[in-house]
Write a protein that binds this ligand. Sequence first.
Ligand code: SF4
Length: 233
Amino acid sequence: MSTPAEWDESRVRQLHDDLTDLHEAVESTSAHGAEGDPDPGEGVRQLVTTILSQNVADENTRRASESLFERYEDFAAIEAADQDELAETIRVAGLPNQKAERIQRALAAVREETGGAYSLAFLDAMDADNAKAWLTDIKGIGPKTASVVLNFTFGKPTMAVDTHVERVSKRFGLVPESASNQRAHEILGAVVPDELTYPLHVLLIRHGRSYCSARNPDCANPVCETYCDCEGC
Ligand code: SF4
């Protein structure tokens, strides 16, 4: 059992190692982040796909993304599309009108920032905090979406806190139970060593999916014997 105050960098490193023993190692950056010099449109595609993924299962995100990029030939066409038609195209992702509006607003922000290009390459030159602030200034882009784009595309140390990461982090006492998602991003961003940002994100998701489901957790595993801080399990 541990309280949030007891978590420091060395304990987070130990947690990473113990999760790795249970779930197998994860590279320190995502495939795109490892390239260091991503395709100019890669970050924008990641941004659009991550907006589609908000509050929906991965399979629906994949189908909506396929449908979107099959229907429109480039980002300019997506931004210029009739919003109802765009919403219909991505309907399988859920909240289609809201997501269509967010996608078009985000594309407009990128185009205006660059003077016409659909590229987020300019974020690579910023530090993580400024890059995240630029993205989250766009209405509808929260800390999770911004963190995914910056970590997965540019390898920046921005931990994306999805539902699995948040649930397991709270049960381990890494993040207080009462913390908002925004606060969870801040806490994990401060305590997780930069190079463990991506692997720990993946490992916490694996742990959430394999053992620590929301309603019927399977608590008989060696990592949880050491780290779980929740009551009643
Ligand atoms: S002991 Fe159970 S509830 Fe606690 S983190 Fe592990 S799986 Fe989740």
